[in-house]
Design a protein around this ligand. Structure first.
Ligand code: DC
Length: 248
């Protein structure tokens, strides 16, 4: 783990009774696909009694809707209009992060290979990102959230109290995804999954808006040789340190 340039108690001078400050922390986690963000974020939220928010699922739901409506993924304006015109409800329910659009549930269609391909394209559309960033900021406003994605620390909540960049070696990330797909009955070779993962990394890094970056004050955690519990312990420790800092 690289503590980057973060200084655990640099916020000590912040006023402790500022009514505008959320009582509960906002934890922002970014990182590439397959680094374990969802599992870790869900678990940390569970431990702290916070709300878990999977922003990738929101992009995925809009990608499915665009496929259904046969909107061209090159037409960023049309995609943005679609995003702005619908009502999205995204939350954890019964241990599953679910997304509804205009009352229709999209959850079961979020993680198919077809959606994997479509979401890479829709996440390049700035008008779509603008709509989702606004929704995500509103969801984070009250604090008590663990939000994971690609641009959470850099764009959505750059002033989050705890910022983490969670990564892992690309072969290990591909292996995890391959096991996950296999468990869900989706038959792909490891080589195919690895190639897909590398393509997703490239898209995440080259996107003009909301590209994946490690912001300077995010704590870097490399989960290649770590268990989920170890990663969670580190993040919960960062939260405890942050809370201690702001109450002394
Ligand atoms: O985390 P995930 O693999 O479910 O994300 C799906 C896609 O959405 C991925 O291609 C990156 C994109 N995404 C994004 O651009 N910004 C986010 N905050 C979250 C996901």
């Amino acid at each position: 783990m690289d503590m980057g340039h973060s200084q655990p108690c640099k916020h000590q001078a912040m006023p402790t009774k500022d009514p505008a400050r959320p009582k509960k922390l906002r934890i922002a986690i970014d990182g590439p696909a397959g680094a374990g963000k969802s599992t870790v974020a869900r678990k940390v939220a569970d431990i702290l009694g916070y709300t878990y928010l999977d922003t990738g699922a929101m992009y995925r739901a809009l990608a499915v809707l665009a496929l259904d409506r046969k909107i061209s993924f090159d037409d960023h304006e049309a995609l943005g209009e679609m995003a702005a015109s619908v009502n999205m409800d995204a939350r954890e329910d019964d241990g599953v992060f679910r997304v509804w659009i205009d009352g229709q549930e999209f959850t079961h269609r979020l993680r198919t290979p077809e959606t994997d391909r479509a979401v890479k394209l829709i996440s390049m559309a700035q008008p779509v990102r603008r709509v989702l960033v606004e929704i995500q900021r509103e969801l984070a406003r009250r604090g008590g959230v663990v939000m994971e994605g690609r641009d959470i620390t850099s764009v959505v909540i750059p002033d989050a109290e705890v910022k983490v960049f969670l990564t892992a070696d690309v072969n290990e990330r591909a292996r995890r995804r391959w096991v996950d797909l296999k468990n869900r009955g989706i038959d792909m070779s490891f080589e195919e999954v690895l190639a897909e993962m590398q393509a997703r990394d490239a898209k995440d890094l080259e996107r003009e808006w909301g590209k994946l970056v490690k912001v300077e004050d995010a704590v870097l955690i490399d989960s290649t040789d770590m268990s989920i519990d170890e990663v969670c312990r580190i993040i919960v420790g960062l939260c405890e340190a942050r809370q201690r800092c702001s109450t002394v």
